[in-house]
Design a protein around this ligand. Sequence first.
Ligand code: GLU
Length: 265
Amino acid sequence: MADCQRSMRKRIVVKVGSNVLTTDRGKLDITRVSALVDQIVWLRENGFDVVLVSSGAVACGRNELRVGHSLDSVEQRQLFSAMGQVKLMGLYYDLFREFSIHVGQVLTTKENFQSERSYQNQRACMEVMLENDVLPIVNENDTVSVEELMFTDNDELSGLIAKMIGAEMLVLLTGVDGLYNGNPQDVGSEVIRCVTAGDDVSRFVLPSKSSSGRGGMTSKFQTALSVAEAGIRVIIANGNRDDILPLLIKNPSDTVHTEFVPTGR
Ligand code: GLU
């Protein structure tokens, strides 16, 4: 019986970027993480199984340790992600435990999505967690991922996870309200509310990136197109807005965001 009920639940992948989880000074924003946890709890209480793809490990770790000598970019990524991931998961563990929600850490690499055998193994890992009501918290394993074989960023990773688990929806939470029809800083620019197959909006995608993570609108756009083509709704929205996740479900028309409508709908 319990299993039947679980299989009826919709699956949603929420990806949250480093720029949402950390303050301007690069510290973990505990208030923001706590608000995100409350919203994920709301999703679970309202019929969704959630997979959280969380960035922020490197940004968190960078603040933990002052290194007196220079480190190259690979050393920095390995050292800071190793330290920051512990801190990040510790916080998620404590916050979700208040709601009696079990969390599990999934650290993965691009290789796990490449051969059929690895793909099925990764899928089985996600399924066993969801079937047992454990909330997967996913990140790239930056300690061992090698430059040539890295995900572009966690946007790409979240898209692959959404397809892998047959998600209903992928929500990419970032520091802006969505994809704008101009520079987000310009007063005249507006958020494009809906992108359907065949709309040519690529000229609006600016190549800017956040200072704390690897992502940017270009990769969000590419991920969104490819995931929507696989039949999954994709939303880009502002993770700094209060209650953004419940609002996107309860009142999408009054909540600013960009939606990529799945092909064929
Ligand atoms: N995996 C990186 C981290 O946890 C983030 C990559 C990205 O910015 O998408 O810091």
